[in-house]
Write a protein that binds this ligand. Structure first.
Ligand code: GAR
Length: 202
């Protein structure tokens, strides 16, 4: 069975979607641990409620050793790292150790509204401000850049003139909660092949 670590920095609704997909029988994998880079977030509580092992690797304490601490916790223990609203940057060594085994969910259609400092509500503010007619979410492999890894899957949502960033965020989140478990399922079933920047679903 695919063993995963879920890394979170906030509310953890994507973590919850993974938990729910496992409980419903849709996903055949086990969450070995949930790791947060900050104290007091609800994502950690969601894991504790379900008896999942949790670790807080506080970014303010660990600073530039954050990645190596997370590597100590995960290397050899999990097959896949899932960044579900995780806001710290993992270093080159971590990415090399988990090459093509780290996925991230981002709340826009990459390559729009992504990159350094583009996360959470800011992404939706920019999309609304720009006047795009469609936005969505992307699940991609994580490489050394910020939101630059090969795209695995995307979902599109309409954007209406009267939308606020909050409204758009809620619409996109509904799709994120379906897309992330879908991609983990594809990985668990070994149905993903990586060919350079192209990800082929078998
Ligand atoms: C999600 O919208 C996720 O796509 C986004 O943070 C939110 C976390 O929500 N991630 C990023 O912006 C990463 N660049 P959650 O904690 O409720 O899952």
């Amino acid at each position: 069975m695919l063993k995963i670590a879920v890394l979170v920095s906030g509310n953890g609704t994507n973590l919850q979607a993974i938990i729910d997909s496992i409980e419903s029988g849709y996903l055949n994998c086990s969450i070995e641990m949930v790791i947060s880079d900050r104290e007091g977030i609800f994502g950690i509580e969601r894991a504790k409620i379900k008896g999942i092992k949790t670790y807080v690797v506080d970014r303010k304490i660990y600073k530039n050793t954050l990645s190596s601490k997370i590597l100590d916790l995960t290397l050899g223990k999990v097959d896949l790292i899932v960044l579900a609203g995780f806001l710290s940057i993992l270093d080159k060594n971590f990415i090399e150790c988990f090459r093509n085994k780290i996925i991230n969910i981002h709340p826009s259609l990459i390559p729009a509204f992504c990159g350094p400092k583009m996360y959470g509500i800011k992404v939706h503010e920019k999309a609304v401000e720009y006047g795009v007619k469609y936005s969505g979410c992307t699940v991609h492999f994580v490489d050394e850049g910020t939101d630059t890894g090969a795209i695995i899957a995307q979902r599109v949502v309409p954007v209406y003139p009267e939308d606020t960033a909050d409204i758009l965020q809620q619409r996109v989140l509904l799709e994120e909660h379906k897309l992330l478990p879908e991609v983990i399922k594809l990985i668990a079933e070994k149905r993903i092949k990586v060919d350079g920047r192209k990800v082929i679903i078998l």
